[in-house]
Design a protein around this ligand. Sequence first.
Ligand code: NAD
Length: 396
Amino acid sequence: MDATSLERFGRRLRVAMIGGGLGSYIGETHRIALRCDGLWELVAGAFSRDYSVCQATGRRLLLDPERVYRDHRALVEGESRRADRVDAVIVATRPATHAEIIVAVLDAGFHVISEKPLTSTLEESVAVAAALARSGKRLMLTHCYSGYPMIRMAREMVERGDLGRITAVDTEFASGAYAGGTPEGAWRVGSAEAGDAGMLVDLGTHALQLATYVTGARVSEVSARLDRLAPEHEVYDNAFLDLGFEGGAVGRCWSTYQAAGAVHGLRIAVYGDRGSIAWDHERAEVLWWRPVDGPETLLTKAGPMATAGALAASRFTAGHPDGYGLAFANLYRDFAEALMEEAIGEDPAPFLARLPGVEDGIHTLEVIDGALRSHAAGHAPVPLPAGPGSRHSVGA
Ligand SMILES: NC(=O)c1ccc[n+]([C@@H]2O[C@H](COP(=O)([O-])OP(=O)(O)OC[C@H]3O[C@@H](n4cnc5c(N)ncnc54)[C@H](O)[C@@H]3O)[C@@H](O)[C@H]2O)c1
C-alpha cells in the first residue's frame, strides 16, 4: 500500500485560528472539520476581539497560553519567531476584517484558509490577490458546499458532457433567517459591519459560487433588483439577479433573509440541451438527474453514474449521510494533501483543482459589485470583466 501524504510529509500541519472564539457561529465547525482526518493540529489562535473569550477558547482547546494571542498582529509576530511556527492560518472573523488580516498573514509567509466572502468589497479582494501573488503561498476559501459529494458529482457530470451544452442555471439561497423578526445585535443586517452588499456577500456569494463551481463558467453580465423587505434592515435583504454566463447560458440567482419558513434554502439547478440536474442542501445526499431521453432519476453517491470525485468525497457508503461537517472536512483534507504534496516536491494540482480559492472570491464579488451598480442604474445590465476561470484558482 502506498504511503500517504501525511506519512511522507512526516507530521501534521500546524494551524492557527483568527476569530472563531467560543460562542461564534462558525469557529467550532472549522475545529470539527480540521480534526476529522488527523492532518491538521490547531496550536495557536487569536480567537476573539474579547481577550477573555480568546483565553477561554485557548483553555478549552488545551493550547499553550503563549500561543493564545491578543490579536492577529501579535499572532503573526509571535508565530513568525517560532521554529515550530504554524503552516497556515484560518481567518474566521466577520467579512469587514478579512482583507487586513489575510494580507498580514500572507505577508508574514503563512498559507491562508479564509471564510467566505474573501473580503467585503471587490477593491479589497484585488489587494488580497496581489498579496497572495507576492507571497507564493496558497489560499483556500471555505465555500463549504463545494465539499459535498453530490456537488462534486454535479460538476463532473457537467464536465463530462452528460448535460450537453449548458443553457440555464437557477440558483438560490432563500433563507428565512430574519423573516420572523430581527434579533437584537444582528450584525448581518446592519450596514456598519455588513455594508450595503451584506446579505449578498453573506448568502448570495454561496449561491453564485455554486453556479460557477458546478458549471465551470464565469458570469459575464448581471442585472439586479435589490430590496429591503424588512424596514428595520439597513442592508438589502432580498436580491433578484439575472445572469449571463460566458459560453452563452443564462441564469438567475435569488438570495434573501426573508423567505418565511425556510430553514436553510440553498439550491441549484443546471439545465443543458441533453438534460438537467438539481440539488437541494436540505437533501444533500441526492442529486436529481432528468435526461431529455430517459426517466428522471434520483442519483446517490453509489450507482453507475457516480463520479470519481463524488466517491472520493464520500466517507461512508450510500445510505449513510456524510453531511455538512464532512463537506467542510473534505476542503480541509484536500488543502492539507495539496500543501503536503507540494512540500515534498509532488504536484498539488489534483487537490487544488477541486478547491475554491481566490478567483472564486474575486469573481463572486465582481458579480455582487455589478449587481449594486445595476440596481443603482435602474436594473440595467452590467457587463463583467472576462478573466481566468474559477477553476484551478487556489494559490499564487
Ligand atoms: N461557510 C459557512 O457555511 C459559513 C457559515 C457562517 C458564517 N460564515 C462566515 O464566517 C465568518 C464569521 O462569521 P460568524 O457568523 O462566525 O461571526 P461571529 O460574529 O459569530 O464570530 C466572529 C468571531 O470572530 C471574532 N473576531 C472578530 N474580529 C476579530 C479580530 N480582529 N481578531 C480576532 N477575532 C476577531 C469575534 O470576537 C468572534 O469570536 C464570516 O465571514 C461569515 O460569512 C461562513
